[in-house]
Write a protein that binds this ligand. Structure first.
Ligand SMILES: Nc1nc2c(c(=O)[nH]1)N[C@H]1C(S)=C(S)[C@@H](COP(=O)(O)OP(=O)(O)OC[C@H]3O[C@@H](n4cnc5c(=O)[nH]c(N)nc54)[C@H](O)[C@@H]3O)O[C@H]1N2
Ligand SMILES: Nc1nc2c(c(=O)[nH]1)N[C@H]1C(S)=C(S)[C@@H](COP(=O)(O)OP(=O)(O)OC[C@H]3O[C@@H](n4cnc5c(=O)[nH]c(N)nc54)[C@H](O)[C@@H]3O)O[C@H]1N2
Ligand SMILES: [Mo]
Length: 889
């Protein structure tokens, strides 16, 4: 399909506009109201062109075959220039002082030769709204193009903004006219990013000095894995924007990835190694610190054997660092005791999905959600924890897709759902079994798929005998009507998707939760079939998938190759030039128990603040005190670092070269934008130098070589290299060959289980580790809040704290009234394991009898309350159910 532009032929694709074609042939077409991420508005009129003899806006005119487009018509050019002059005439002269790289308006004026001297109109005097820490509004620069409003509604789905006023006075404003900071704005930055004039800006962009460079990398917060452009000024981060062409985030981001980066230059960033002398952590040199650690490890190994040493590797660190960490532990120390924080979140997903389908990753990719007509969202709160995914789900629902939310709390998406199954915490297995029973009873099952590609239907049917809706209702507190409505929605959808999170996994029976949830997808045949949407765990940390993929696990080598398989061990031993220990190592909770029992003598912790994030803090602290040696790599003096003997200053993701694997198995490049401060080093370099101090060479001169070595040993990653990722962009694993793409959808050619079938699980409901009783009458659910991240070590060192300065205990208003608690009043929360006092927040987001808190503040150690109960299959803590008592504090 072809048209001509100023006499030159140009090809176009179905659905493209004249503007798209003009841009695709490389011509600069100024526009003010157009943005690919939102629907075209056609209001600014500065992209006027002549189309088949008449004047038209290029941005809203669909390309058609044989069309004759002329930009060189002087009348049309004059009309476009006139439209722009009119816009500019209403702005103060400083509108053209904004640097051209930050203002489409300035670039458009440069194009048309419009300067301040052309101003004739009356300029606005409407003032600033600088109430929000990140989003700054200068109303006088607003041209009412509506892009910010559309970004907020069509991409972010928050609907916080409106154009208010009439004609000349029209300006963007939060809907209720309140100060920006009090509006529902979630700080995704979409409006700032789209604004063509600088009316919406951010503090750093108000600095007129030019930007000096851009590095494209992967976000280091959650597992969505947004691609970000890090714009630099004088060797420092000035601004971070989402990469427009990014396959995962498609030019969108969240408040943390977009804005929360100032932690990287926080005053209390660790810049020198610290060593404990006379009870105090004191600054020292790298030689001294590494020499000390090497001597201690050598002595402990000599006296107690290699299994007396354990390592917790970091899901915040790169694949290459995790690869090196497990190679270090296995070859230099000689033990398999290495684990990562996947143990604390999605270990049940890895175990459950492997048992059901044969592979540890989610079965599909995020893009597949575009074609679903029904999302079943269980135990996940993506508008806070995976905001870019949350926004996508919101858009699907606004577009007509069905939504079932299974969560004890009324999350933002629960409020939008067709049906919200507000079950009692810890009763997932009963609810999922109840839904499976209804799917079977009502015939919403894929009979052929079940016969040809699944196993275990008879056993499941037998167990489901006990899960009639009435019994499920008793266990879960759900009504049979709601259960039936959910089963009908999921059962009748053409292409249903399951998305889930920690509300499924962090339980005493988390693996059973994953398996009984997977049953629903198998019953409907929506896994491993063409066009299916499958089941997607929303993996948490930026590289928690990768840390496990790289073998930072006590029983698995890279690519989930079992340590117990002698052929696998031999293959690794040959390349590593060192035997690989045979006995599986300890998991994180077992490491603490072993430390208390005196069996584990040294704990080496990379980028995890176990004393804040692991459950039952008193037990963890006791375990740390029992060790002869605790070593910690971190950016800051975390709670764990405070208790360590040696603290090594680490680089963060903005300072590193390597790769992360996101929640949908995409291996993506991480590129250094900054140098680490002071003497801080990457975890990669620290491990290599420590190995040297122990008289070993880990090989792998740099991250790219480490990935090459891993790829050579690991069929799943065989085709992956830094060079290929740089050239082709992200690749999904499995990716065994260099000449084939990765695999976004799994199991199309058969399941990776031994018999090639998907396995239904017949799991009965078992009660959680803790129940409410007379002494501890409330159930505490823990989880996340939008603006802070895990232990808060990074986000608490950014202006995010202006938006959320402290932890709260969320209490239902009726419970609060009974207890005499009012908003902000301190409440003492006591469990069988500890006690914490925090301010009350009354909200109907929690049910009566339940309370909620996050764990983002070291000063409010929520994990002093959580119990040591863990998932029987994987050791994942039961963070989601703790019985507590409340008392005004
Ligand atoms: N802003 C922000 N984003 C983050 C993080 C952060 O700290 N802050 N952390 C990252 C990490 S490491 C992870 S793992 C992910 C976690 O992401 P999510 O899994 O979405 O997060 P959570 O808030 O822990 O838990 C999700 C939901 O489970 C519900 N739930 C609790 N008990 C039950 C139950 O018995 N059944 C059901 N069905 N639901 C239940 C809770 O009410 C909660 O709404 O987020 C990542 N993203
Ligand atoms: N009550 C309760 N507790 C929970 C959970 C819950 O739902 N409820 N969720 C659990 C889950 S899912 C998770 S994943 C854990 C998370 O718990 P953690 O992993 O402990 O928390 P983070 O804050 O993500 O990061 C840990 C440390 O890594 C440092 N860091 C960041 N980047 C780097 C790096 O590149 N290198 C090094 N060396 N250090 C770095 C940070 O400064 C921080 O101190 O919390 C768990 N704890
Ligand atoms: Mo996590």
């Amino acid at each position: 399909m072809r048209l001509t532009i100023d006499g030159t032929a140009a090809d176009y694709r179905e659905g493209e506009t004249v503007l798209d074609v003009m841009r695709s042939i490389g011509s600069y077409v100024p526009t003010l109201c157009q943005d690919d991420r939102i629907s075209p508005r056609g209001s600014c009129r500065i992209c006027l062109v002549e189309v088949d003899g008449t004047t038209a806006a290029a941005c809203t005119t669909p390309a058609s075959d044989g069309m004759v487009v002329r930009r060189d018509n002087p009348h049309v050019r004059l009309a476009a220039r006139g439209a722009l002059e009119l816009i500019v005439s209403e702005l103060p002269p400083r509108a053209l002082d904004v640097p051209a790289d930050r203002s489409e308006l300035v670039r458009a004026c440069d194009h048309f030769g419009i300067t301040t001297t052309s101003f004739t109109g009356e300029a606005h005097r409407r003032g600033l709204d600088h109430s929000h820490p990140y989003v700054k509004l200068d109303r006088d620069l607003c041209i009412a193009c509506g892009r910010c409003v559309a970004m907020c509604s069509e991409v972010q789905g928050t609907f916080a903004l409106e154009l208010v006023g009439r004609g000349f006075d029209t300006v963007v404003s939060p809907g209720a006219g309140e100060p920006w900071v009090d509006s529902p704005c979630v700080g995704c930055g979409g409006c700032v990013d789209s604004c063509p004039t600088g009316a919406l800006s951010e503090p750093e962009l108000l600095d007129p000095r030019p930007l000096t460079g851009t590095v494209t990398t992967t976000c280091g917060y959650c597992g969505v894995g947004c691609t970000l452009d890090v714009h630099l000024r004088g060797g420092e981060v000035a601004v971070i924007t989402p990469t427009r062409s990014a396959p995962v985030n498609r030019g969108h981001a969240c408040i943390k990835g977009r804005f929360a980066h100032t932690f990287t230059r926080a005053d209390d960033r660790l810049t020198t190694p610290l060593i404990r002398r006379d009870g105090q952590l004191q600054e020292t040199s790298w030689d001294d610190a590494l020499g000390f650690v090497a001597d201690q490890l050598t002595a402990i190994r000599a006296q107690h054997g290699p299994d007396a040493i354990g390592m917790i590797s970091s899901a915040r660190a790169t694949n290459e660092e995790n690869y090196l960490a497990q190679k270090f532990v296995r070859t230099v120390i000689g033990t398999n005791t290495i684990d990562n924080c996947s143990r604390l979140c999605h270990a049940p997903s890895a175990a459950g999905l492997t048992a059901s389908f044969g592979l540890a990753g989610g079965t599909n990719c995020l893009d597949d959600l575009d074609r679903t007509d029904c999302v079943l969202l269980a135990g996940a709160n993506p508008t806070e924890a995976h905001p870019v995914v949350g926004a996508r789900i919101k858009q699907l629902v606004l577009g007509g897709a069905g939504l079932i939310v299974i969560d004890p709390r009324e999350t933002e998406l629960a409020a939008l759902a067709d049906v919200h199954l507000r079950l009692r915490p810890g009763t997932n297995v009963a609810a999922f079994n109840g839904l499976a029973r209804l799917l079977l009873d009502h015939g919403h099952i894929a009979t052929d798929f079940l016969t040809e590609r699944a196993a275990g239907l008879d056993e499941l049917t037998a167990v489901l005998h006990d899960y009639a809706p009435e019994r499920v209702s008793e266990i879960t507190g759900l009504t049979t009507a709601d259960l039936t409505q959910a089963a009908e929605l999921y059962g009748q959808a053409t292409n249903p998707a399951i998305v889930y999170g920690l509300g499924v996994t962090e339980h005493a029976h988390g693996t059973d939760g994953v398996r009984t949830l997977a049953n629903l997808a198998i019953l409907r045949g929506t896994v491993g079939t063409p066009g299916c949407c499958g089941i997607l765990p929303l993996r948490g940390q930026n590289n928690v998938q990768g840390a496990s993929d790289m073998g930072a696990l006590p029983d698995l080598l890279p690519g989930y190759q079992p340590i117990t398989d002698p052929r696998v061990r031999e293959r690794f031993a040959r390349v590593w030039g060192s035997p690989v220990p045979e006995r599986p190592g300890l998991r994180i909770p077992q490491m603490f128990d072993a430390a208390v029992a005196g069996e584990l003598r040294a704990l080496y912790v990379i980028g995890e603040d176990i004393a804040q994030s692991d459950p039952c803090t008193s037990h963890v602290e006791h375990a740390l005190r029992c060790c002869d040696l605790v070593v910690c790599h971190d950016l800051f003096l975390s709670r764990t670092a405070e208790l360590a003997d040696v603290v090594l200053p680490a680089a963060n993701f903005l300072e590193k070269d390597g790769t992360f694997v996101n929640f949908d198995r995409r291996v993506q490049r991480v590129r250094p934008a900054l140098d680490p401060p002071g003497a801080a080093k990457t975890d990669f370099d620290i491990l290599r130098h420590l190995a040297h101090a122990l008289g070993n060479d880990l090989g792998c001169a740099g991250p790219a070589t480490a990935m090459d070595e891993c790829a050579a040993l690991t069929p799943t990653f065989g085709g992956i290299s830094h060079a290929r990722l740089d050239h082709e962009g992200p690749l999904h694993w499995p990716c065994p060959d260099t000449d084939r793409p990765g695999q976004p959808v799994l199991h199309l050619d058969g399941f990776a289980t031994p018999d090639g079938r998907a396995h239904l699980a017949a799991c009965p409901y078992l009660p959680p580790g803790e129940q409410a009783d007379a002494e501890f009458p409330f159930l505490l659910v823990t989880g996340r809040r939008l603006v802070h991240y895990n232990t808060g070590s990074m986000t608490r060192r950014t202006p995010d704290t202006e938006l959320l300065p402290a932890e709260t205990l969320d209490v239902h208003p009726a419970d609060a009234a009974l207890l005499g608690l009012t908003d902000t009043a301190p409440v003492e929360v006591t469990s069988r394991w500890g006690s914490v006092t925090m301010p009350t927040r009354t909200t109907r987001e929690v049910s009566q009898g339940q309370v909620f808190a996050a764990f983002h503040f070291a000063t409010t150690p929520t994990n002093a309350l959580t119990s040591p109960h863990t998932d029987s299959a994987t050791g994942c803590p039961e963070y989601k159910v703790t019985a507590v008592a409340l008392r005004p504090g």
